[in-house]
Design a protein around this ligand. Structure first.
Ligand code: HEC
Length: 169
C-alpha cells in the first residue's frame, strides 16, 4: 500500500514537472510555422515574388539609383565580359544558368534568386539591377553580396547586360 502511494506521488510530480516543458515546445513550433514575408505574398497568379521585389513595390528603387540607365550597348564584347565576371563572382550562388540552383545559393535565407525569372519581372529595370549589384543585400538584410567596391560601374553594367541573356524564354 505504502509503495503504491509513493508511486502515485512520483507520477504526479513527474507530470507537473513535464507540463511547462510541453507548453514551451508547442509555442516554439508555432513560431517556426509562421510563414516568411516572401511566402505570404505568393499567390497562384504570381508564383515567384522575392523579398527585394516586395521592398521595391513598397519603397521604390532608392534615391541614389532610381535614375540610373545602362550607358553601354549590348555588344558581343560587353556581354562576353559580363559573362566572365558572372561566372567568377555570381554563379556559385545563382548557378551557371541563373536558376539559383546551387547548394550554396539554396542554403541562404532567403535563397539566391532565380535570375531567369527575375529578368522577366516588370520591376527588374536597369536601375533596380544596378542598385542590387552595387549595394547587395545590405539595404534589405539579405546575404546577397555588394559589388560596388569590387567592380567599376562599367563592369557592373556589363554584368547586367549578361544577366539579361539569362531570362527564361
Ligand atoms: C553569396 C551568394 C550570392 C552571390 C555570390 C551573388 N548573389 Fe545575387 N543574390 C543572392 C541572394 C541570397 C539573393 C536574394 C536576396 C536579395 O535579393 O538580396 C540575391 C539576389 C540577387 C538579385 C535580385 C533578384 C530578385 O529577387 O529580384 C540579383 C539581380 C542578383 N542577386 C544578381 C547577382 C549578381 C549579378 C551577382 C554577381 C555579381 C550576384 N548576384 C552574386 C546571393 C548571391
Amino acid at each position: 500500500m505504502k509503495r503504491f502511494y509513493f508511486l502515485t506521488v512520483m507520477v504526479f510530480i513527474t507530470a507537473v514537472l513535464a507540463l511547462p516543458g510541453c507548453e514551451k515546445k508547442a509555442e516554439e513550433e508555432k513560431v517556426e510555422e509562421k510563414p516568411e514575408v516572401t511566402e505570404e505574398a505568393v499567390t497562384e497568379e504570381e508564383p515567384y515574388v522575392t523579398k527585394r521585389i516586395l521592398y521595391v513595390r513598397e519603397n521604390g528603387v532608392p534615391e541614389d539609383y532610381k535614375d540610373k540607365a545602362n550607358p553601354l550597348e549590348a555588344t558581343e564584347e560587353n556581354i562576353e565580359r559580363g559573362k566572365e565576371l558572372y561566372r567568377t563572382h555570381c554563379s556559385m550562388c545563382h548557378g551557371k544558368e541563373g536558376l539559383g540552383d546551387t547548394p550554396a545559393g539554396r542554403s541562404l535565407t532567403p535563397p539566391a534568386s532565380d535570375l531567369s525569372v527575375t529578368m522577366g519581372m516588370p520591376e527588374a529595370t536597369d536601375a533596380y539591377l544596378f542598385w542590387t549589384v552595387s549595394e547587395g543585400g545590405l539595404p534589405i538584410k539579405t546575404p546577397m553580396l555588394p559589388f560596388k567596391s569590387t567592380f567599376s560601374e562599367e563592369d557592373r553594367w556589363k554584368i547586367i547586360l549578361y544577366e539579361k541573356t539569362l531570362k527564361a524564354e
